[in-house]
Design a protein. Structure first.
Length: 311
């Protein structure tokens, strides 16, 4: 029988002594912010730490990589308090942020209720997240962080469908939303721990590779009737890095693909032709193919992303 280790909870101050100097600096690093992105389903791009907002400083300022909306992140290596709640609201108002993220050691009931009230009463385009941070290790292993979402807006899809009814979202965009929502449920049934962004009414869905310069993108093309899986990058040096390794990439993937390049981005693509991308009877075929290729691309390209970071 395999011997099992014992989980040991680590005091946060043993890992990060100071919130701004240590924890915010750690979280703002690309690979660590990617962990939070995966947990929340938002592709967070860092803007900076200790950013000015009037007379105050924001712990971490980010942007949604898809929409460009501002993301406010406030950190607390202690229990929630009124001071930090007030700061979050002040920062969000000053920058018209669409996402408010409060990361804490301990959640007090009154502050959880406050976040829930904000999510219920603020404009439907604004989302507040209350996130608990813990650190664990097994025996003498390195400590590992764990994010737990305590409170978040729970009617994202319903909100988007209401927008469609009012004409803010087109019928085709709503069909895209239905596709990604069904795909998310399919993927989660296969792998409950799989990190998937919140479905949106758009023709693409991104999956993280732990990097701001490259990720996996699934697309729906309702004109040419295909779904695709892309390795996307906005770093031309990384694209050149991959092209130099085309032969070994072909061997590792074991599938046909083609290179593409635009003004500010590039990558490679594999595609599956379908009769009608929005025909629900064809969803299982598309989902099987997409899931297989997402897992394949994650396995193959995570290594190249990590190698490129070391150059």
């Amino acid at each position: 029988m395999t011997q099992l280790g014992k989980l040991i909870k680590v005091d946060l101050r043993e890992v990060w002594e100071h919130e701004a100097r240590d924890f915010s600096d750690w979280l703002s690093r690309e690979e660590n912010l990617a962990l939070l992105s995966e947990e929340l389903g938002i592709d967070i791009e860092p803007v900076g730490t200790e950013q000015n907002s009037g007379r105050f400083r924001i712990d971490i300022l980010g942007k949604d990589a898809n929409s460009g909306d501002y993301i406010i992140i406030e950190n607390q290596l202690e229990a929630t308090n009124h001071d930090h709640l007030g700061k979050l609201i002040t920062y969000a108002a000053g920058l018209d942020a669409r996402y408010i993220i409060w990361i804490v050691k301990e959640v007090l009931d009154e502050h959880q209720r406050a976040i829930e009230w904000l999510n219920d009463n603020l404009d439907e385009g604004i989302s507040c997240f209350l996130v608990k941070i813990e650190v664990w290790k097994i025996g003498e292993s390195d400590p590992a962080p764990r994010f737990e979402i305590v409170s978040m807006r729970n009617n994202w899809v319903a909100t988007l469908k209401n927008s469609a009814e009012s004409g803010e979202i087109s019928a085709n965009e709503l069909r895209h939303l239905d596709f990604w929502t069904a795909m998310t449920g399919n993927f989660k049934a296969r792998d409950p721990k799989m990190a998937i962004q919140t479905p949106r009414p758009q023709h693409w869905q991104d999956f993280s590779l732990g990097s701001s310069f490259s990720h996996i993108t699934l697309t729906i093309n309702s004109k040419k009737m295909f779904v695709s899986c892309d390795l996307w990058t906005n770093n031309k040096e990384f694209l050149f890095f991959l092209r130099e390794r085309e032969s070994e990439i072909k061997t590792a993937l074991g599938i046909e693909f083609s290179w593409w390049e635009a003004n500010k981005s590039g990558g490679l693509r594999t595609r599956l032709d379908v009769t009608e991308v929005h025909d629900e009877t064809q969803f299982p075929k598309s989902f099987d193919w997409l899931y297989t290729n997402v897992k394949l691309f994650q396995k193959v390209f995570k290594k190249y992303v990590d190698e490129f970071k070391q150059l």
